[in-house]
Design a protein around this ligand. Sequence first.
Ligand code: ATP
Ligand code: MG
Length: 411
Amino acid sequence: MAIIKVQKGTKDILPVEMPLWYLMEDAARKIFGAYGAQEIRTPIFEATELFARGVGDTTDIVNKEMYTFEKSERSLTLRPENTAGVVRAFIENGMHRLSAPVKLWYKGPMFRYERPQAGRQRQFHQVGVEVFGIKQPSADAEVMLMAVNYLKALGLRDLIVEINTLGCPKCREEYKLKLKEVIKPYLSYLCEDCQTRFEKNPLRLLDCKVHECQEIYSKPAIKEIIQGDFVCDECAKHFEDLKEYLDALGIKYQRNKLLVRGLDYYNRTVFEVKSNNLGSQNAVCGGGRYDSLVKNLGGEDTPAIGFAMGMERLASLLGEQNAKILDAYIVSNNQLEAIKLAEYLRNKDIACEFDLTNKKFVKQLEKASKIAKFAVILGEDEMKANKVSIKNLETGEQNSVDRTVILDYLK
Ligand code: ATP
Ligand code: MG
């Protein structure tokens, strides 16, 4: 019979990869927790309208990438990102009444119908943070710190932090007009997507990944507009203040005036974290301020800022992690004694196994060194003396230990 295969753009996360995922998840809890953020888990499907309004119907995500289906005459969509869902939950649960800032973090699968390639899947995972209720740039700085320190905690170095400001709807309007004016003569040379963006969302032109379009946007007259400063005094001050925080905190960043981000709802600060070790899908983290989204989705006017990281891209940067799944492996030819000792240790939170089939000692030791940190050897001599030998499988050091103190030794 034909075997059924995993769907294109999706993957099994296998037991051998789990140490890596636990590492990313545990670090999220620890680092984001240190900033007072709490985890939130929202449903994987939502009303399609939430994304149409929350992500924006001029975005690639909403126009091309959503998994939408009907059930009982309702249009539902598998979440392509989680900011919209978190904002919905924030509003629905009256979280604006909590004292600001409200800091939330999440992790979980997202779904986008994209062309699968390295670093791009149809089901992938994100870990992210949203901070509600603070309009000051101190919140922008803190959110960026959360992202940078999370990546640092995972041991990632050599990352590039890019920042930009998109201004506010007012000052951006003027910029859009100027941009359209200089790009208009080239309109027929742009890719199909850019032709639509030109009408619907001209800022997104800069985000285009098509080489020919980027060549046009680097023409002097166009470049001058892009590289110029368009933001109003208030927005400029917000950005200057943020940079002051980042400088004082030792966060290195580069200004990238082409950074506009894919989603419609951003204003003022946007940022990305990139790695040169990722090939063409090189962004691990993207974020920004979205002061109008809560109101646009029917909530109280609440400023907010957040980011999302792609966990598969993080995983590929982290590489293989120590795959030792056990604290101890009991090496013995007396299965009854071994199972009793194993149960005793498991009850004391020591993860352990023993050989269920009574193999030769050498075979058991071989297996132990592959999967455990310590071998607890329970041979004839040891049993007579009410002792065990404990071998540290990393250093090779071996000691004879009284059975009453095994726990102390292993801990
Ligand atoms: P990209 O420009 O790479 O498509 P994006 O702007 O669509 O990114 P965001 O919506 O900001 O991405 O999502 C944040 C992060 O989630 C990205 O920086 C990336 O690490 C990850 N990500 C986004 N789409 C995918 C995908 N299809 N597969 C794997 N990871 C993804
Ligand atoms: Mg994308």
